[in-house]
Design a protein around this ligand. Structure first.
Ligand code: GLU
Length: 449
């Protein structure tokens, strides 16, 4: 597909001209605008109110210096960001990513995607994203703490429980959220739900840790069921080994699947007997070691250097849960020729446009990230609700709400696709369903907004 509608094409061409170097951001926008063509054609009020011009420009971008002192006493400087993309339906909401690859393009793509994902959850949250090019890998706890405190010293001026509520993403888990929360509380003298992913007992929600991985499997299950299929007896390949991959492994196994491979940025493990998520949890969260360590626990497993080879393992279901653009057109072709029936994205934008085109051409089930991985942020919004009410719900209660939300996201996305004559195309369906609510709220609030 290409952007042929003249209004959308003019907006997109202008965006390319203004941000020629922001490749990931442009990739994310192009995919959404392609999907929106029938909506823009059916609804002249969108162009009349300049919705798309406004939608592709973040409401605010904050960039700042993050100085911190390493264990040897040397001053280090990283760059911090918060992209406050769209607050039409609620306070900015989205994770913080700590990874050396972080730059403005990556955070704008993530913030842009977050607008539609958050809208799809049916909960009142706008879209934002932030982070830094700081690399937590190999840093001591104290170094991570000093970085997080310095990062929050600036970020605290721009966020708040009704303004912008960050959370985790790659490189940010319970440890980092704790250090940042402590610093925010100290600066503002306020114990408040300004971050989600907090510890249980300090305002955190049960099931938030598991939510993205569980939600991904609930969504995939829904998609499979609609096609008369299920996880039962299926071989599942999951890339990554972080928070999303760990709990997707647990839930896919509970639903009757067998997870036979996982990876990190160095390589992948293959275990035809099925991987126990608890082993990965210990390796990654307790030892903070590499996935290769799995061989110490299961010597019969196989380790291969290089992570993209994971897609050559024959499987029925593939769940890319590592990072953006990790699954390219060639890998998609291999997955399809090996008989893969379903792909659902746990990471943000893990499939390249070429890969998505292959999946669609082959007619296999494809669950795009905005819909499939929305369970994490949805449960963050449930954490916000509990904080506002000063209550905490049981694990079962949160998990049941999460499952209901994922079922609704699937239903709304597939119905939107059908409504615009693109039955089965969940990429278009998720983009349209997420967009409509945001567009209506933007129009309702006036054009100066
Ligand atoms: N980083 C996650 C995402 O990509 C979660 C964001 C949140 O909980 O605010 O959606």
């Amino acid at each position: 597909m290409a952007i042929t509608n003249s209004y959308l094409k003019t907006v997109y061409d202008g965006l390319v001209q203004r941000n020629p170097e922001q490749k990931e951001f442009l990739q994310a926008v192009e995919e959404v605008l392609e999907s929106l063509q029938p909506v823009v054609e059916a609804r002249p009020d969108i162009q009349a109110n300049g919705v798309i011009e406004r939608l592709v420009e973040p409401e605010r971008v904050i960039m700042f210096r993050v100085p911190w002192v390493d264990d040897s006493g040397k001053v280090q400087v990283n760059r911090g960001y918060r992209v406050q993309f769209n607050s039409a339906i609620g306070p900015y909401k989205g994770g913080l990513r700590l990874h050396p690859s972080v730059n403005l393009s990556i955070l704008k793509f993530l913030g842009f995607e977050q607008i539609f994902k958050n809208s799809l959850t049916t909960l009142p949250i706008g879209g934002g994203k932030g982070g830094s090019d700081f690399d937590p890998k190999g840093k001591s706890d104290m170094e991570v703490m000093r970085f997080c405190q310095s990062f929050m010293t600036e970020l605290a001026k721009h966020i708040g429980p009704d303004t912008d509520v960050p959370a985790g993403d790659i490189g940010v888990g319970g440890r980092e959220i704790g250090y940042m929360f402590g610093q925010y509380k100290r600066l503002q003298n306020e114990f408040t739900g300004v971050l989600t992913g907090k510890a249980i007992g300090a305002g955190g929600s049960l099931a938030r840790t598991e939510a993205t991985g569980y939600g991904l499997c609930y969504f995939t299950d829904e998609m499979l069921k609609d096609a008369g299929k299920s996880f039962e007896g299926k071989n599942v390949v999951i890339s990554g080994s972080g928070n999303v991959a760990i709990y997707a492994t647990q839930k896919a196994t509970q639903l009757g699947g067998k997870v036979i491979a996982l990876s990190d940025s160095n390589g992948y493990i293959y275990d035809p007997n099925g991987i126990d998520y608890k082993v990965i949890k210990e390796i990654k969260e307790v030892k903070r070691a590499r996935i290769k360590t799995y061989l110490d626990y299961v010597p019969s497993a196989k380790y291969t250097e290089g992570c993209s080879g994971i897609w050559t393992i024959p499987c029925d279901i593939a769940l890319p849960c590592a990072t953006q653009n990790e699954l390219d057109e060639e890998s998609a072709k291999v997955l399809i020729s090996n008989g893969c029936i379903a792909v659902a994205e746990g990471a943000n934008m893990p499939s390249t446009p070429g890969a998505i085109a292959q999946f669609q051409k082959a007619g296999i089930l494809f669950g795009p990230a905005k819909a499939a991985n929305a369970g994490g942020v949805a449960t963050s919004a449930l954490e916000m609700s509990q904080n506002s009410a000063r209550l905490s719900w049981s694990f079962e209660e949160v998990d049941a709400k999460l499952k209901g939300i994922m079922q609704t996201i699937y239903k709304n996305s597939s119905e939107a696709a059908k409504r615009y004559g693109m039955e089965g195309n969940l990429v278009a369906g998720a983009n349209i369903a997420g967009f409509e609510k945001v567009a209506n709220a933007m129009i309702w609030q006036g054009v100066s907004y």
